[in-house]
Design a protein around this ligand. Sequence first.
Ligand code: ADP
Length: 401
Amino acid sequence: MASARPARRKTCDDSARAAFKHDSHADADEQVSGERYFCEALALLPVATLMLDERGLMTVVNPQASRLFGYERDELVGKPVELLVHALRFDSHAPRWADPLAMPQVRGLAPLDDLCACRKDGTEFHAEIDLCAFCFDGGNVTLAFVIDKTERYELCRQRQDLAHLTRVSTMGQLASSLAHELNQPLTAILSNVQAAQRFMTADPIDLAELRDILNDIVQDDYRASEVIRRIRAVVKKGDLEVVPLDLAGVMRDVVALVHSDAIVRGTRVTLDIDTALPPVRGDRVQLQQVMLNLLLNAFDAMNEVPPVDRTVCVTLKSADKGMVLIAVRDRGHGLTADKLDKIFKPFFTSKPQGLGLGLSISRSIIDMHRGRLWAENNNDRGATFYVALPAGDATTEDKSR
Ligand code: ADP
C-alpha cells in the first residue's frame, strides 16, 4: 500500500507554478527558472504585490504585502483576495471577477483609487490598487499592486484642517464688521415690530400700513439670514465637494461678505464679470477662501492710501486655452521684487498680526484645481493677483486630491 505523502508546504514558487501551468516537459526547466526569477523580482518590488488567479485567489504574495497586511505569506496563498480588500470580491459561481473594473480579462492597468483594505488585526486603511492583468499560457493572471494611502490621506486631511483654520481666522478679522452688518436688519426688525404694535392700538387699524411693515420685517429677516448663510458657507468644515460652479456667483457672495468691512475701511469694490462666463469644476468653500484672501489682502495693501484711491477692481473673464481668469487689482503699495518671490511661501507676512498662510494655502488650493495663482505689479500703482482656472469639465482633480 502506498504510504500517504506528507502535504508539502506551498511556497512562492509553487504558487507561481500553479498560475504558470505549462504542459510541455521540454520547456519545464526553463519555465521553472522563469517562474523563480519572476517571484524573486516580485519580492524585490518596493510595493506590496499580490498575484491572483482567475478566481481571485492569491497565488503569490510578496514580503511587502505580508508586512502591510500583517499575515504570514502562507496564510494568504490560496485565499481569496477579498479577504484583504473586500471590494475586490469575485463571483464564486463563475470563474471571473464580479467587479468588471477588476476583470483579469481586461489587459493593462485598471487603477482603483480609494479602497478599504483590512489587516489581519482587523484594522482598516485606505488603499490604492493597480491591477495589471495578462494572459499566460492560456490562463489569466492578475498582479495587484497595493499602495497604503494612510499617509497621503492624513496629509490631505491636515491640509484641509489648516485651510479651515485659516478660514476661521480670516472670518475673525471680519467679525466686527459682520456683527455690525447683522445688527442693522435686527435693529430694523425691532423698530418695525414696535411700530406695528403702536398701529395695532389705533382704531381703525391701518391695514395697508401694517402690511408694509410686515413686508419690511420679512425683507430684513432675509438680509440677516443671508449674512449668516455667507458666514456659515465660509467657515463650513467638511469634505471637498467638487462640483460645477458658477464663479460669478461665488465671487458675488464673497464681495457681499466683505461689503461692510469695505465700508469701514472706506474702500470701493467694483465687479466686472463676463456675461458668458463658463462654469468651472471646483470646491465652493475653498475657492471662496482664495477670493476672500485676495480681497482682504488688497484692502490691507491700501491702508495707507488716501480714501479716494482705495479701489479694488475684480474682473472675471474667459481667457485662452479654455481658462477662466480672475483678476483682483488694487491701488496699494504693490510688491517689491523680492516679495514677488516670497509671498507665496508659508509664514511670510509683512503684517504685525499676519499669519502668512493665506497665499500659500490659496496657491495649493488653486494647484489642486489644476489652475494657477500669481501676482504682478501694475504699471501705475498697486498689484494685481490673478487666478486662472480650467473651464467646464477640463479638470479631473479627484486623483490629485
Ligand atoms: P498675511 O495676510 O497673513 O500676511 P498672506 O499669505 O495672505 O498672509 O500674504 C503674505 C504677504 O503677501 C502679506 O503679508 C503682504 O506682504 C503680501 N501681499 C499679499 N497681498 C498683497 C497685495 N495685494 N499687495 C501687496 N502685498 C501683498
